[in-house]
Design a protein. Sequence first.
Length: 217
Amino acid sequence: MLEEYTFSHHLKGYYGDEEWQPHILPHINIKFVNGTELLSSPLPLEDLLPHSHISIPEFRENSLLLTIDPFDEWKKISYEGGNPNQIKEYLDDWHYRQFARNWCPNEINKRLLLEYLYGRKKAPVPSSLTETLIACYFVKKKYDTRTPDESKDMNRMESLMSYRPPKFVHDLFKALDDCRNYHHWTSEKDSVALIEMHNLDVRESNLIAQKYSQYCK
């Protein structure tokens, strides 16, 4: 089993926010996906949302690889006693950090188990809980903003899931936008989740701005 605390611990240190719990998020009240009522559908939510294989651009120097499998890389470096410096090196890469933040160890364990049981080609990668919440946040933002800039918001959403193909990100947004149940996301848990997604977006924007400012000095 992968260690629950390993990446959470380093992510909290990376973002410098002791109060942030990157993998402890409430489930939002998503009732409809693509016009299908979840409670009456025989299919689980994972089968109703877009599917996509995940690959991350290779970022290590002198590598002959073009892409890496994030699940394999996570498995190699996130066992107890893993090299903290190696973890920080990975998290310093934009693409891998988005993946590490958006996928909790329990979800990754399930994914690796499916690969083991059914083989890689038969195990599509549906959206994680955090990815779904990110999409919910941008859908609600679209309708809460008087003059929404959907192109700008889609760019932000793509950047927060930079390891995903743009088509997957667009399809995920459309699937949840088609629900048209955004106005029902009014419970306390829903509000907490959407506020956390807003804070996540702001944190990542600030982090990148700080790194760019260092290079401009």
